[in-house]
Design a protein around this ligand. Sequence first.
Ligand code: ADP
Length: 505
Amino acid sequence: MLDSGQDLIDVRSPADGRVVGRVPNERPEAVSDAVAALRRAQPAWESLGPKGRAVWLRKLRDWLLDNDIRLGDVLQSETCKPRAEAALEVPFVCDVINYYAKNAPAFLADEKVRASGPMSLPKRLSTVYRPYPVVGVITPWNFPLALPGLDVVPALMAGAAVALKPSEVTPLSAVELARGWAEIGAPPVLRVLTGAGQTGAAVVDAVDYVQFTGSTRTGRAVARAAADRLVPCGLELGGKDPAIVLADADLDQAAAGLAWGGLFNAGQVCFSVERVYVEAPVYDEFVARLTKVVESLRQGADDRGYRVDVGALANQAQRDIVERHVTEAVRAGARVLTGGKPTGAGTFFEPTVLVDVDHTMSCVREETFGPTIPVIKVADEDEAVRLANDTEYGLSATVWTRDLARGERIGRRLDVGAVNINDALFNLFALTLPHGGWKSSGIGTRLGGARGIRKYARVQAVTAPRGPQLQGKLLWYPYRAGRGRIVSRALRAIVARDLLRRFRR
Ligand code: ADP
């Protein structure tokens, strides 16, 4: 466990515990100094306008692409991800940059709005988007480059300065992001503040908007601290994402897709597959095919050779959670069809299929965030939907069927922020869709087109006269009986919708 008094944090490889980097454990005073400096730099950044800011973000994109091999190595060193997964993070961040660099001018343009009725007719009305000066982005350890990128890019494009607090478990990729920002010579509006929980808490205490991704427990603490300061926050928290396999599904596709959805990043994905409900007629066949896919996966520490399918868990604590969920399930009568234990090396845990599980077990009730796929037999669609919704979480779900209309209909019965039909995780790659959790899975959304950048802006309502200033003459002091009666009759005539009421005295 990290001692909050430590000056430096050792970053360890999950593969073998070797120290692969060391970062400062920033104290609260250093955080508030850094945020004060960001605050000073932000007005010049805002005044560049979206096109001017896009120039810098595009330079960052080119830097990321020019350094992608080394960035992949850094990602693997701190996470032990397979290369195929580490290699996705740079292009993903670049896609976010391209999207917001191109669209920010339109998304942030003043909106000229129409009068709602005759009362506001005499004015020109606009909604103006002005950034929160400093946005704090706090991220977890599962996607050390992609997750910071997802939130930092739209916040910077909105015109905010950003204080990024990456996870103390995997801070090295975020440090690289800051290195890239400095190397391209960009304005000093991005600071990476490494450290443990107290550094994150200090960020929450200093910034004007908090975008947090992490556990539900810490998210509640962040929301409380933000509420105390009356600063808004966006929270993307835990999940227990269900999958529903209907009897008419393509079972090979469902088995392959759910193996990937459940085991991608060793299961450490919030929008993921954490439990599977299968209609009784195809249950045995589906379980056999899923087990075959999972058994065939190659696990270990990958290099640049794309030789491994499943990597390690982020740290010992995470591996212990996965082991506890499996052990408790087995003790309560569940069966392990493949996997089921740590491999013995580093923090690897074997890809695991569990059956004979039920809703009393921790592996079905609690977020596992690991390479386990518990499978439950259900009588029909109604039972599947009822069990899928029987959770405090509401992040995402998948439905597997050949009948797409039925899939969409079932999706609308699920209490989750995203539904993928015949695919897993896919909504993550769709930047025009909002990412957000319902229930204890979060508050607000990220991405989703214009709203993904406007969330980092405060809205300002501006009115200006359209013609001669009549309002002042009619409404301002001093009040007089004659004018007052004329105004109140005129207002009645405007808002009434029938003749009698319009002209009654
Ligand atoms: P995980 O262990 O799953 O990463 P956390 O939710 O504890 O889950 O951590 C997510 C991020 O929140 C990390 O960067 C962590 O350092 C940070 N953090 C932890 N405690 C706090 C806190 N009280 N306030 C703000 N950030 C915090």
